[in-house]
Ligand binder design. Structure first.
Ligand code: G3H
Ligand code: 13P
Ligand code: ZN
Length: 331
């Protein structure tokens, strides 16, 4: 294949799959497909290694910020290289989707589709309802010509949604979901049921547990769009062991709190077919790198701190697939 940086490439040429079949299987068997964000080579290697070893389908997610950080052209070749890498792994390949996380415009979604993404999210949930429908429908009509699947969103999560910061969440109104899905033609729907982005999801006092997610809203959405794939953003657990490690080795992340594994297990058994996790990966990398620097202050070879971070990431992702999302052993 002669692919140049300017030529349009389809996801099929790169070896990716869209999310249609993935979600059908996840819905039928009661688990969720992991959607892990990456920004660099070590995260990409760790996600794919973990998912190949645990025989899990996976959605590789890139945000607009990640694309700007790593360079869109380089990412396209990295993603293609990653697919070649997993073909060489002794366990054999698993289905991989390349997904745009929190796309904020038609142009960005189009550019990703032209660069081999198999799935895009158009996040217009902060716009008035009719404008959300209009923009989402425009993306769907373009994407479906190339068999690319589209995720839309209804309701707004608190925290950072890419470059848009929301102080308060706005739960999804179940009365809108059927109309939205029908009029836009989306393939999956992200909803807001109490999760939020980042490492400080709930304001709780020491010793108190985080409030439960609004499973009543999820159930009502499921009732109105039966069998339709639902997506949960902001689903990092903010694992205490890594927060403790960060704080022990010079960091300052008191009061960081995430969504408990039990809540995610319950969601994964429902119509939630995609669970988005970014912060947990960031925390693992930060914790391990801080530990290496604290214990070996003379270390200056990036392989000596990024390598151990990558190993710990593999363990964390494998554990998520096996014990939380239920996606391990499905390939
Ligand atoms: O939901 C947002 C993701 O965690 C991506 O974050 O925009 O900082 O890359 P980012
Ligand atoms: P977390 O910040 O909880 O990892 O959420 C990630 C996310 O929703 C990416 O879209
Ligand atoms: Zn998100």
């Amino acid at each position: 294949m002669t692919t140049t940086a300017t030529k349009t490439v389809t996801f099929k040429e790169l070896g990716f799959v869209n999310t249609r079949e993935m979600f059908k299987n996840a819905m039928k068997d009661g688990y969720a497909v992991p959607a892990y964000n990456f920004n660099n080579m070590e995260q990409l290697q760790a996600i794919l290694t973990a998912c190949v070893r645990s025989r899990s389908p996976v959605i590789l997610q890139l945000s607009k910020g990640a694309r700007d950080y790593a360079n869109a052209t380089l990412l396209r070749w990295m993603a293609m290289g990653a697919m070649e890498m997993i073909k060489e792994m002794k366990e054999g390949p698993v289905p991989v989707a390349l997904h745009l996380d929190h796309g904020d415009s038609f142009e960005l979604c189009k550019s990703c589709i032209e660069n081999g993404f198999s799935s895009v999210m158009i996040d217009a949930s902060h716009l008035p309802y009719e404008e959300n429908i209009k923009l989402t429908k425009q993306v769907v009509e373009y994407a479906h010509q190339f068999d690319v699947t589209v995720e839309g969103e209804l309701g707004v999560l608190a925290g950072i949604e890419d470059e848009v910061s929301h102080e308060h969440s706005n739960y999804t109104d179940p009365a809108q979901v059927e109309d939205f899905v029908k009029r836009t033609g989306v393939d999956s729907l992200a909803i807001s049921i109490g999760t939020s982005h980042g490492a400080f999801k709930f304001k709780v006092k020491p010793g108190e547990s985080a409030p439960p997610l609004r499973f009543d809203i999820l159930a009502e959405c499921e009732r109105r769009i039966p069998g339709f794939p639902i997506v949960l953003h902001g689903a990092s657990s903010v694992l205490t062991s890594y927060i403790d490690m960060i704080n022990k080795y010079g960091g300052k992340m008191e009061n960081a709190v995430g969504v408990s594994a039990d809540q995610l297990r319950k969601a994964a058994k429902s119509a939630v077919c995609k669970i988005n996790i970014d912060s947990d990966g960031r925390l693992v990398m930060t914790a391990v790198i801080r530990k290496v620097f604290a214990e070996k202050p003379g270390e200056f070879d990036p392989r000596k701190y990024l390598g151990p971070a990558r190993e710990e990431l593999i363990k964390m992702y494998m554990d998520k697939n096996q014990t939380v999302l239920g996606s391990a052993g499905r390939v």
